[in-house]
Design a protein around this ligand. Structure first.
Ligand SMILES: NC(=O)C1=CN([C@@H]2O[C@H](COP(=O)(O)OP(=O)(O)OC[C@H]3O[C@@H](n4cnc5c(N)ncnc54)[C@H](O)[C@@H]3O)[C@@H](O)[C@H]2O)C=CC1
Ligand SMILES: O=C(O)[C@@H]1CCC=N1
Length: 267
Protein backbone atom coordinates (compact mmCIF):
# COMPACT_ATOMS: atom_id res chain seq x y z
CA UNK A 1 0.00 0.00 0.00
CA UNK A 2 1.28 3.45 -0.92
CA UNK A 3 1.05 6.37 1.49
CA UNK A 4 -0.54 9.48 0.01
CA UNK A 5 1.73 12.36 1.01
CA UNK A 6 0.75 15.89 0.00
CA UNK A 7 2.76 19.09 -0.16
CA UNK A 8 1.07 22.46 0.29
CA UNK A 9 3.86 24.67 -1.00
CA UNK A 10 6.56 23.43 -3.37
CA UNK A 11 9.15 26.18 -3.03
CA UNK A 12 12.75 25.76 -1.88
CA UNK A 13 12.04 23.43 1.00
CA UNK A 14 8.91 21.65 -0.22
CA UNK A 15 10.69 20.82 -3.46
CA UNK A 16 13.85 19.75 -1.60
CA UNK A 17 11.88 17.28 0.54
CA UNK A 18 9.96 15.90 -2.47
CA UNK A 19 13.24 15.53 -4.38
CA UNK A 20 14.76 13.84 -1.35
CA UNK A 21 11.84 11.39 -1.19
CA UNK A 22 11.94 10.53 -4.90
CA UNK A 23 15.65 9.80 -4.73
CA UNK A 24 15.37 7.69 -1.58
CA UNK A 25 14.50 4.15 -0.57
CA UNK A 26 10.98 5.43 0.34
CA UNK A 27 10.18 6.43 -3.27
CA UNK A 28 8.16 3.28 -4.07
CA UNK A 29 6.08 3.54 -0.87
CA UNK A 30 4.89 7.10 -1.39
CA UNK A 31 2.46 8.74 -3.84
CA UNK A 32 3.21 12.47 -3.89
CA UNK A 33 0.53 15.14 -4.30
CA UNK A 34 1.15 18.87 -4.59
CA UNK A 35 -0.58 22.22 -4.55
CA UNK A 36 1.17 25.55 -5.04
CA UNK A 37 -0.33 28.67 -6.66
CA UNK A 38 2.91 29.15 -8.55
CA UNK A 39 2.70 27.44 -11.94
CA UNK A 40 6.47 27.15 -12.05
CA UNK A 41 6.54 25.34 -8.70
CA UNK A 42 3.77 22.97 -9.86
CA UNK A 43 5.63 22.10 -13.06
CA UNK A 44 8.84 21.33 -11.14
CA UNK A 45 6.91 19.11 -8.72
CA UNK A 46 5.07 17.34 -11.55
CA UNK A 47 8.43 16.56 -13.14
CA UNK A 48 9.27 14.67 -9.94
CA UNK A 49 6.09 12.62 -10.42
CA UNK A 50 3.82 14.47 -7.97
CA UNK A 51 0.09 14.59 -8.83
CA UNK A 52 -1.20 18.17 -9.16
CA UNK A 53 -4.21 19.08 -7.03
CA UNK A 54 -6.40 22.04 -7.84
CA UNK A 55 -6.34 23.49 -4.32
CA UNK A 56 -5.08 22.71 -0.85
CA UNK A 57 -8.47 21.44 0.44
CA UNK A 58 -8.62 18.85 -2.36
CA UNK A 59 -5.06 17.80 -1.57
CA UNK A 60 -5.95 17.29 2.11
CA UNK A 61 -9.01 15.22 1.19
CA UNK A 62 -6.75 12.80 -0.76
CA UNK A 63 -3.77 12.54 1.61
CA UNK A 64 -3.09 10.96 4.99
CA UNK A 65 0.09 13.00 5.50
CA UNK A 66 0.04 16.69 4.66
CA UNK A 67 3.20 18.77 4.60
CA UNK A 68 2.76 22.49 5.26
CA UNK A 69 5.70 23.94 3.32
CA UNK A 70 4.65 27.58 2.98
CA UNK A 71 6.15 30.64 4.68
CA UNK A 72 4.88 31.20 8.23
CA UNK A 73 3.23 34.41 6.95
CA UNK A 74 1.23 32.36 4.39
CA UNK A 75 0.09 29.76 6.89
CA UNK A 76 -3.11 31.37 8.19
CA UNK A 77 -4.57 31.49 4.71
CA UNK A 78 -3.67 27.83 4.11
CA UNK A 79 -5.10 26.68 7.45
CA UNK A 80 -8.36 28.53 6.75
CA UNK A 81 -8.54 26.82 3.33
CA UNK A 82 -8.00 23.28 4.67
CA UNK A 83 -9.82 23.51 8.03
CA UNK A 84 -12.96 21.70 6.83
CA UNK A 85 -10.98 18.78 5.37
CA UNK A 86 -8.77 18.13 8.41
CA UNK A 87 -9.96 15.10 10.36
CA UNK A 88 -8.61 13.33 13.46
CA UNK A 89 -6.78 10.70 11.37
CA UNK A 90 -4.78 13.11 9.16
CA UNK A 91 -1.15 13.80 10.07
CA UNK A 92 -0.11 17.41 9.48
CA UNK A 93 3.63 17.85 9.06
CA UNK A 94 4.66 21.47 9.55
CA UNK A 95 8.08 22.70 8.50
CA UNK A 96 7.14 26.33 9.23
CA UNK A 97 9.74 28.00 11.45
CA UNK A 98 8.36 28.89 14.87
CA UNK A 99 4.87 27.43 14.38
CA UNK A 100 3.61 25.17 17.18
CA UNK A 101 1.27 22.16 17.16
CA UNK A 102 -1.13 24.04 19.45
CA UNK A 103 -1.38 26.86 16.94
CA UNK A 104 -2.18 24.49 14.07
CA UNK A 105 -4.78 22.68 16.20
CA UNK A 106 -6.34 26.02 17.20
CA UNK A 107 -6.84 26.87 13.50
CA UNK A 108 -8.05 23.41 12.40
CA UNK A 109 -9.41 20.84 14.87
CA UNK A 110 -8.79 20.25 18.57
CA UNK A 111 -6.26 17.44 19.04
CA UNK A 112 -5.06 17.61 15.43
CA UNK A 113 -2.16 15.27 14.76
CA UNK A 114 0.84 17.53 14.15
CA UNK A 115 4.49 16.70 13.53
CA UNK A 116 6.82 19.71 13.79
CA UNK A 117 9.87 19.45 11.59
CA UNK A 118 12.95 21.59 11.06
CA UNK A 119 14.70 20.28 7.92
CA UNK A 120 17.43 21.89 5.82
CA UNK A 121 18.12 22.37 2.12
CA UNK A 122 20.92 19.74 1.79
CA UNK A 123 17.98 17.30 1.67
CA UNK A 124 18.06 18.08 -2.05
CA UNK A 125 21.20 15.95 -2.25
CA UNK A 126 20.09 13.30 0.26
CA UNK A 127 22.34 14.95 2.89
CA UNK A 128 19.67 16.57 5.06
CA UNK A 129 19.80 17.08 8.81
CA UNK A 130 16.30 17.24 10.27
CA UNK A 131 14.95 17.82 13.78
CA UNK A 132 11.46 16.48 14.62
CA UNK A 133 8.94 16.59 17.47
CA UNK A 134 5.31 15.42 17.66
CA UNK A 135 2.07 16.28 19.36
CA UNK A 136 0.72 13.64 21.79
CA UNK A 137 -2.06 12.71 19.35
CA UNK A 138 0.41 11.41 16.73
CA UNK A 139 0.97 7.65 17.11
CA UNK A 140 4.46 6.15 17.18
CA UNK A 141 3.75 4.45 13.82
CA UNK A 142 2.70 7.72 12.21
CA UNK A 143 5.69 9.54 13.66
CA UNK A 144 7.90 6.65 12.52
CA UNK A 145 6.80 7.14 8.92
CA UNK A 146 7.63 10.86 8.99
CA UNK A 147 11.00 10.11 10.63
CA UNK A 148 11.70 7.47 7.94
CA UNK A 149 11.02 10.02 5.19
CA UNK A 150 13.66 12.36 6.59
CA UNK A 151 15.97 9.47 7.52
CA UNK A 152 15.90 8.26 3.92
CA UNK A 153 17.35 11.54 2.67
CA UNK A 154 19.75 12.42 5.47
CA UNK A 155 19.88 12.06 9.24
CA UNK A 156 17.29 13.09 11.81
CA UNK A 157 17.05 13.74 15.54
CA UNK A 158 13.92 13.67 17.69
CA UNK A 159 13.82 16.65 20.07
CA UNK A 160 11.50 17.85 22.84
CA UNK A 161 8.78 20.08 21.38
CA UNK A 162 10.00 23.09 23.32
CA UNK A 163 13.41 23.05 21.59
CA UNK A 164 12.11 23.31 18.01
CA UNK A 165 12.74 27.07 17.83
CA UNK A 166 16.19 26.92 19.40
CA UNK A 167 17.33 24.20 16.97
CA UNK A 168 16.69 26.33 13.87
CA UNK A 169 20.10 28.01 14.21
CA UNK A 170 21.79 24.61 14.48
CA UNK A 171 20.43 22.91 11.35
CA UNK A 172 17.67 24.85 9.55
CA UNK A 173 19.42 28.18 9.09
CA UNK A 174 23.00 27.02 9.65
CA UNK A 175 23.64 26.16 5.97
CA UNK A 176 23.36 29.91 5.21
CA UNK A 177 25.75 30.74 8.06
CA UNK A 178 28.20 28.16 6.75
CA UNK A 179 27.93 29.48 3.16
CA UNK A 180 28.72 32.99 4.41
CA UNK A 181 31.79 31.69 6.26
CA UNK A 182 32.86 29.84 3.09
CA UNK A 183 32.41 32.99 1.05
CA UNK A 184 34.83 34.91 3.29
CA UNK A 185 37.55 32.29 2.76
CA UNK A 186 36.98 32.24 -1.00
CA UNK A 187 37.06 36.06 -1.18
CA UNK A 188 40.38 36.03 0.67
CA UNK A 189 41.77 33.40 -1.72
CA UNK A 190 40.75 35.50 -4.74
CA UNK A 191 42.30 38.62 -3.20
CA UNK A 192 45.68 36.88 -3.01
CA UNK A 193 45.47 35.57 -6.59
CA UNK A 194 44.17 32.00 -6.11
CA UNK A 195 41.78 30.78 -8.80
CA UNK A 196 38.16 30.99 -7.56
CA UNK A 197 37.21 27.46 -8.61
CA UNK A 198 40.27 25.94 -7.02
CA UNK A 199 39.62 27.88 -3.80
CA UNK A 200 35.92 26.89 -3.79
CA UNK A 201 36.70 23.20 -4.34
CA UNK A 202 39.47 23.18 -1.75
CA UNK A 203 37.43 24.98 0.90
CA UNK A 204 34.25 22.97 0.27
CA UNK A 205 36.14 19.69 0.51
CA UNK A 206 37.79 20.95 3.70
CA UNK A 207 34.29 21.57 5.12
CA UNK A 208 33.15 18.05 4.13
CA UNK A 209 36.34 16.45 5.48
CA UNK A 210 36.20 18.43 8.72
CA UNK A 211 32.53 17.54 9.21
CA UNK A 212 33.39 13.85 8.74
CA UNK A 213 36.24 14.18 11.26
CA UNK A 214 33.71 15.58 13.77
CA UNK A 215 31.23 12.72 13.20
CA UNK A 216 33.53 9.77 12.45
CA UNK A 217 37.00 10.24 13.99
CA UNK A 218 35.99 9.52 17.58
CA UNK A 219 37.92 12.61 18.72
CA UNK A 220 36.56 15.65 20.50
CA UNK A 221 36.46 19.00 18.72
CA UNK A 222 39.24 20.28 21.01
CA UNK A 223 41.39 17.26 20.05
CA UNK A 224 40.71 17.89 16.36
CA UNK A 225 41.76 21.53 16.69
CA UNK A 226 44.96 20.43 18.46
CA UNK A 227 45.72 17.91 15.66
CA UNK A 228 45.84 20.77 13.13
CA UNK A 229 47.68 23.26 15.31
CA UNK A 230 51.46 22.83 15.06
CA UNK A 231 53.41 24.50 17.83
CA UNK A 232 54.48 27.95 16.64
CA UNK A 233 52.74 27.29 13.31
CA UNK A 234 50.21 28.92 10.98
CA UNK A 235 46.99 27.54 12.49
CA UNK A 236 47.66 28.93 15.95
CA UNK A 237 48.39 32.32 14.38
CA UNK A 238 45.01 32.23 12.60
CA UNK A 239 43.07 30.89 15.60
CA UNK A 240 44.40 33.73 17.73
CA UNK A 241 42.84 36.24 15.36
CA UNK A 242 39.47 34.44 15.36
CA UNK A 243 39.54 34.47 19.19
CA UNK A 244 40.69 38.11 19.33
CA UNK A 245 37.75 39.02 17.05
CA UNK A 246 35.42 36.96 19.27
CA UNK A 247 34.04 34.45 16.78
CA UNK A 248 32.29 32.76 19.71
CA UNK A 249 30.36 35.94 20.54
CA UNK A 250 29.42 36.51 16.88
CA UNK A 251 28.08 32.94 16.62
CA UNK A 252 26.17 33.19 19.91
CA UNK A 253 24.54 36.46 18.84
CA UNK A 254 23.70 34.95 15.44
CA UNK A 255 21.97 31.95 17.09
CA UNK A 256 20.16 34.17 19.59
CA UNK A 257 18.85 36.45 16.81
CA UNK A 258 17.69 33.40 14.85
CA UNK A 259 15.83 32.00 17.88
CA UNK A 260 14.33 35.40 18.76
CA UNK A 261 12.91 35.67 15.25
CA UNK A 262 11.41 32.17 15.55
CA UNK A 263 9.59 33.26 18.73
CA UNK A 264 8.32 36.36 16.90
CA UNK A 265 7.00 34.15 14.06
CA UNK A 266 5.37 31.77 16.53
CA UNK A 267 1.80 32.70 17.35
N1 LIG B 1 14.46 27.39 3.04
C1 LIG B 1 14.97 26.71 4.05
O1 LIG B 1 16.19 26.47 4.12
C2 LIG B 1 14.08 26.22 5.14
C3 LIG B 1 12.76 26.61 5.23
N2 LIG B 1 11.97 26.14 6.25
C4 LIG B 1 10.56 26.53 6.32
O2 LIG B 1 9.96 26.08 5.12
C5 LIG B 1 8.87 26.90 4.80
C6 LIG B 1 8.93 27.25 3.33
O3 LIG B 1 10.13 27.98 3.10
P1 LIG B 1 10.76 28.04 1.65
O4 LIG B 1 10.54 26.76 0.95
O5 LIG B 1 12.13 28.54 1.82
O6 LIG B 1 9.83 29.18 1.01
P2 LIG B 1 9.49 29.40 -0.55
O7 LIG B 1 8.98 30.79 -0.65
O8 LIG B 1 10.62 28.95 -1.39
O9 LIG B 1 8.27 28.39 -0.78
C7 LIG B 1 6.97 28.64 -0.34
C8 LIG B 1 6.01 28.14 -1.43
O10 LIG B 1 4.69 28.27 -0.94
C9 LIG B 1 3.89 28.65 -2.02
N3 LIG B 1 2.63 29.21 -1.51
C10 LIG B 1 2.34 30.48 -1.16
N4 LIG B 1 1.05 30.58 -0.75
C11 LIG B 1 0.53 29.32 -0.86
C12 LIG B 1 -0.75 28.76 -0.61
N5 LIG B 1 -1.77 29.51 -0.15
N6 LIG B 1 -0.94 27.44 -0.82
C13 LIG B 1 0.08 26.66 -1.28
N7 LIG B 1 1.32 27.14 -1.54
C14 LIG B 1 1.53 28.44 -1.33
C15 LIG B 1 4.71 29.65 -2.81
O11 LIG B 1 4.24 29.80 -4.14
C16 LIG B 1 6.08 28.98 -2.73
O12 LIG B 1 6.34 28.13 -3.84
C17 LIG B 1 8.93 28.12 5.70
O13 LIG B 1 7.89 28.05 6.64
C18 LIG B 1 10.28 28.02 6.37
O14 LIG B 1 10.23 28.45 7.71
C19 LIG B 1 12.44 25.26 7.18
C20 LIG B 1 13.72 24.84 7.13
C21 LIG B 1 14.66 25.30 6.15
O1 LIG C 1 14.91 31.62 7.21
C1 LIG C 1 13.94 30.98 7.62
O2 LIG C 1 13.05 31.54 8.31
C2 LIG C 1 13.84 29.51 7.30
C3 LIG C 1 13.83 28.66 8.55
C4 LIG C 1 15.14 27.93 8.54
C5 LIG C 1 15.74 28.26 7.24
N1 LIG C 1 15.00 29.07 6.57
Amino acid sequence: MKYNVGFIGAGNMGFAIMKGITGSSMADDIALHVFDPSQEAMVRAEQLGAASEKNSAELVSKCGYIFLAVKPQQLDEVLADIKDEVTADKVIVSICAGITDDYIASKTIAGAKVVMVMPNTPLLLGEGATALAKSDSVSENEFGLVCSIFGSCGIYSVLPKDKMKEVIAINGSSPAFIYLYAQSFIEYAKSVGIDEKAATDLFAKSLIGSAKMITDSGRTIDELITMVSSKGGTTIAGLEKLRENDLDKAVRECCEACTKRAYELSK
